[in-house]
Design a protein around this ligand. Structure first.
Ligand SMILES: [Mg+2]
Length: 228
């Protein structure tokens, strides 16, 4: 019944948490952040995750732009530890943007799932991330050969859950909504977005924490193999 698959990238295929944590650990050491912020690497990583989650939510609601997200995230992290150094925060931001998208780790079972699906379905990536980082991630993680197209919010001009981003992807794939399936981890941008354009959805919910009314729900990517 499905002829085309749309995949989200971050947290669905590309292991954002692991890749980001590795990057933060390297930056923590190279910039001596333990002494400057008076914290452990675990505390630093947890605070960074909290800050970035809040900022992505603001970005998704169009309350902040890309530059604000990028240029103030480490300021906000520093502020939580009562530390301030604008120059250093910008420098760490540059390093983060250079190192993190080159990390190769994928979500468990992603590789074998894509090897199974690629000969059967044309597949597109639909990602709200920024074009240059997403291209690096796709290249360095080995995802590139599996996908016929990559749609970012920057190239389409819109972000999930905006219908126009999905319409753009449908046009690019030359596919009808009823023949497509969207697989993603975000109940709002991936699931609600796809529902708005009548694309069936698979909610990837490994923690089991979130609740949605997606067409399908899986806790592990290997479950998709049985469905498709
Ligand atoms: Mg995601």
């Amino acid at each position: 019944m499905y002829t085309h698959l749309f995949f989200d990238l971050d947290h669905t295929l590309w292991d954002f948490d692991r890749n980001s944590a590795e990057t933060l650990q390297e930056l923590f050491v190279s910039f001596s952040l333990g002494e400057k912020l008076d914290c452990t690497v675990e505390e630093f990583t947890i605070v960074y995750s909290e800050v970035i989650k809040e900022m992505w939510a603001l970005y998704d609601q169009k309350l902040i732009d890309k530059d604000t997200l990028r240029h103030t995230r480490f300021d906000r992290v520093f502020a939580r530890f009562g530390f301030q150094d604008k120059q250093l925060s910008l420098q760490i931001n540059e390093e983060y943007l250079s190192i993190c998208p080159r990390k190769p780790h994928l979500i468990k079972h992603a590789q074998e799932l894509l090897e199974y699906l690629a000969p059967k379905y044309p597949m597109s990536l639909l990602t709200n991330g920024f074009k240059e980082s997403q291209q690096l991630k796709i290249h360095h993680s080995g995802l590139k050969p599996f996908f016929t197209s990559v749609v970012t919010s920057e190239c389409s001009g819109f972000s999930k859950p905006d219908e126009r981003m999905f319409h753009y992807a449908l046009e690019k794939a030359k596919a009808k909504p009823e023949h497509c399936l969207m697989i993603g981890d975000n109940p709002f941008s991936d699931i609600e977005g796809a529902r708005r354009v009548r694309i069936d959805q698979v909610f990837f919910n490994p923690s089991g924490a979130e609740k949605t009314t997606a067409t399908f729900e899986i806790g592990c990517l290997s479950e998709l193999k049985k469905m498709l």
